[in-house]
Structures are given as C-alpha cells and as structure tokens.
Design a protein around this ligand. Structure first.
Ligand code: CO
Length: 134
C-alpha cells in the first residue's frame, strides 16, 4: 500500500479567523474553502499549497476531539493526511501490518472524500488520516 501523496497537513487552532489571517500575512495563501463538519465537531479551512494543502481545524466546542486535543496539547500539528487510491485496501493492509485503527471503516470527511484515521499509537504518536482520492 503506497500512499500517493501528502493530501494535507492539519493544524489545530483556537481561532480560525486569526490563524487564516496569520497564514495570509506570512505566506500570502488563502483557503480554497471553509466547512463546518458537525459529526467531527470542527470547522476546517483547506489552504492549497502546491500539490498539497494545509488544513486548519477549529473545534466547535470543548467536548470534541479537537477541543480535547487543544486542552491537553495546545495548538499545533494535529494530523498528517495521506492520499490513497483505495481506502478499504489501505485499511486492510494496515490491519494486517498490526496498526491500530481509529476507524475500521471509511467515513465521509471534508470535501466529501472518504477518510479513515489510524491511531497515533501506530506511528510515533502521530495521528494519520487516510484520504481516498481516486
Ligand atoms: Co484532515
């Protein structure tokens, strides 16, 4: 199972407007879209950068995964998303490789893509997201 690309790198922020203003002032980049994803408890902004993206994540409340992440670890790198062509094949391969999964089955994430998360314990404390782009 070879990932095709880094689809995006995600940073957890407390104030999405402020973080987007910082990104524009420092790097001259602006988001392609912003989206509230109720089931994940986040508002996200996707900022194109060359062939990849930066994703900024702001929790919708304290009692959400990103809200709890901010409370325990503060702002910063939240996850790295790897693009795969076949997400079921990738999950099956990771299970065979002994990686602990957060999502046994794909769900719908930002941009309407099928996604799944791999537990941080599987790889050096780093949350990995798989994004299917066919
Ligand atoms: Co993501």
């Amino acid at each position: 199972m070879l990932p095709l690309n880094v689809h995006h790198t995600a940073i957890a922020v407390r104030d999405l407007d402020a973080a987007l203003a910082d990104l524009e002032a420092q790097y001259g980049v602006t988001p392609a879209y912003r989206e509230v994803i109720e089931e994940q408890g986040v508002e996200e902004a996707m900022v194109p950068l060359g062939g990849s993206h930066l994703q900024l994540l702001m929790p919708l409340g304290e009692d959400t995964p990103v809200g709890r992440f901010l409370a325990s670890r503060g702002e910063g790198l939240h996850h790295v998303a790897l693009q795969v062509a076949d997400i079921e094949a990738a999950l099956s391969h990771l299970t065979d490789a002994g990686a602990r999964l957060v999502d046994e089955k794909p769900r719908i994430g930002g941009g309407g893509h099928r996604i799944a998360f791999v537990h941080p314990k599987a790889l050096a404390g780093t949350l990995i997201e798989l994004v299917e782009v066919s």
